[in-house]
Design a protein around this ligand. Structure first.
Ligand code: SF4
Length: 96
């Protein structure tokens, strides 16, 4: 289930640093590339830009916790986040 409170908190953080958040200053399509020939190139650009963002950790954390399945968040591809979610679920099962 998505946490809209977490989303609002994250967006508020983005709003506080708009000049330092690369995805605010670039074409948003680069963060939400469609499947196709150019996807790896677009994703590489967005992942690289996320590496310069002061909110990278918070962004990745938000996307993983809220099961965002599309686009680049916190420098992570959808596949990266899926792997991290699976690893997190396995860890949670071990600690129960
Ligand atoms: S980490 Fe990337 S997607 Fe997240 S706010 Fe920063 S630039 Fe945007």
């Amino acid at each position: 289930m998505k946490s809209y409170a977490a989303y609002e908190t994250f967006i508020q953080m983005v709003e506080e640093h708009p000049e330092r958040v690369p995805c605010r200053e670039s074409d948003p399509d680069l963060w939400f590339a469609e499947w196709g020939e150019d996807q790896s190139i677009n994703y590489r650009y967005a992942v690289n830009q996320c590496g310069k963002c002061p909110l990278m950790r918070e962004c990745a954390d938000y996307a993983i916790r809220n099961d965002e399945v599309y686009g680049i968040w916190g420098g992570l591809t959808p596949k990266d986040r899926q792997k991290m979610r699976i690893a997190r679920e396995k860890l949670q099962q071990r600690t129960i």
